[in-house]
Write a protein that binds this ligand. Sequence first.
Ligand SMILES: [Zn+2]
Length: 157
Amino acid sequence: MLNMNAVYASVPDITQHKFIMMFSEFKKFAMRGNVVDLAVGVVIGAAFGKIVTSLVNDIIMPPIGVLTGGIDFSALNIVLKAATADQAAITINYGVFLSNIIDFLIVAFSIFFVIKQMNKLKKLPPAAEPHTKSCPECTSDIPKAATRCPHCTAVVA
Ligand SMILES: [Zn+2]
């Protein structure tokens, strides 16, 4: 079994110190909120990308294919050089490119929509208790705790 104390003892103190400093710096960096947010964003984004790709390839493209007379988008290409016995054809796969553009547009629109909703939620003002009430006699705004209106001197509840 590896004796860690022996390993530490064999490492010069200054190196140990540097390593501990570096580790604590890294810990500080990794624990900052925005790094965690970023990591969550990347993971969610990757999963979200898969859903969008599936949406485009499996849900949106087949009806478009039917509408356009059974064209398989991913097979659309321009042959630059026909296949020979020992070489595959060289093609420009603009069908795949179009699918990727549609992917991107849907992702961009979805993210725009999500951010729009989040901004709407953020803008909601905190439900503040009103500090005033309206006088039943003269309808002026008066302090909530007032028992007599400062404007018309009417006694208010
Ligand atoms: Zn009043």
